[in-house]
Design a protein around this ligand. Sequence first.
Ligand SMILES: [Fe+2]
Length: 245
Amino acid sequence: MKNTPQSRGITRRGLIGGTIAGSAAAALASNAGAAGIVGAAAVSPGAARHELPKLPWADDALQPYITANTLSFHYGKHHAAYVSKLNASLEGSDAKDMSLKELIVSAAKNEAHKKFFNNAAQAWNHAFYWNSMRPGGGGEPSGKMAEKIAASFGDYSKFKAQFAAAAGGQFGSGWAWLVAGADGKLAIEATANADTPIAHGRKPLVTCDVWEHAYYLDFQNRRPDYVAAFLDHLLNWDFAEKNLG
Ligand SMILES: [Fe+2]
């Protein structure tokens, strides 16, 4: 069968999420991994059924910075594959009933669950990344996030420079994160490949995917331009504030 989103049960309706930012964030917060969309027909009863969450906006909503073409691959192929591979690998495992977050935390320290880490973390990271962006986002935050940024970095321009340096400087594939420390201060970190702050007990607020598949179709090798677009036009400060708690 041709490997299209439709062939895996991901319809165009699934790609165009409409206004589900709240529900997607809620699903992330609870790490709900219940009823599956991906390959649901092929999943046997009792198998793990982690879900490919809907995008929180229409697939052309982030244009011209992130195009529907990029999303058709990044969401429709890459993210979908992490979820479907995870579900397949969990079949018959004692970890099949764990939430995505429980599985990531367990896989980071439990040798028996280590094999699930990459697909589980990538499934979680991507859902978090979609919610880290919104049309008309980016720029300086206001309110609580503005105060936190000023208290943690000095001012917004210093935050921006530090985030851009972390995202641009991550060698190879990975992620740049704004995280909240236990002391209430915000910090920036970069993680390699599938690694994620939640595996290490840290609290992420937003993330920028710096794997080439996130930007190559739109920016080719110009990762700094993609990161600048994320910071200036896409970053969802409301989501960051929600995650602060
Ligand atoms: Fe990605």
